[in-house]
Structures are given as structure tokens and as C-alpha cells.
Design a protein. Structure first.
Length: 66
């Protein structure tokens, strides 16, 4: 894990070793990379929870009506 900035927002980048991904039976569902492992960018918890709540609200009839 390593801290980084993405679009002026703090984030954490997680990289999986290529050997870990190559041995995984679900690799094709996870990454298209043939030489390296999967990489994830995670937002701080507060931002992640706010985005998740906003997206969940978009499924409501009230939001769709607006």
C-alpha cells in the first residue's frame, strides 16, 4: 500500500504481485494485465462512504423523479 493523490484527493494504491494474480483462477474477472498484478485505488473511508451513500440515493424514486 502506498499513499497517493488522485484528482487532488488523498488515496491509497494497493498493488498485488504478478505471481499472485497469475495463479488466481478468477484473474480474467479482475484484471486484463498479462505482466503485472492488479492495482486498486482506495479513497479514504469518509469519502468512500459519502460516495456510496450518494449512489445508493440515486436508486430511489424521489431521486429519479427530480
Amino acid at each position: 500500500m502506498e499513499p497517493c493523490r488522485q484528482r487532488r484527493t488523498e488515496a491509497i494504491t494497493v498493488r498485488f504481485a504478478a505471481a499472485t494474480c497469475q495463479a488466481c483462477p478468477a484473474k480474467d474477472l479482475c484484471t486484463r494485465s498479462s505482466r503485472s498484478g492488479r492495482q486498486l485505488s482506495l479513497r479514504p473511508r469518509e469519502i468512500h462512504e459519502a460516495v456510496a451513500a450518494a449512489r445508493a440515493g440515486q436508486d430511489s424514486q424521489q431521486w429519479k423523479a427530480r
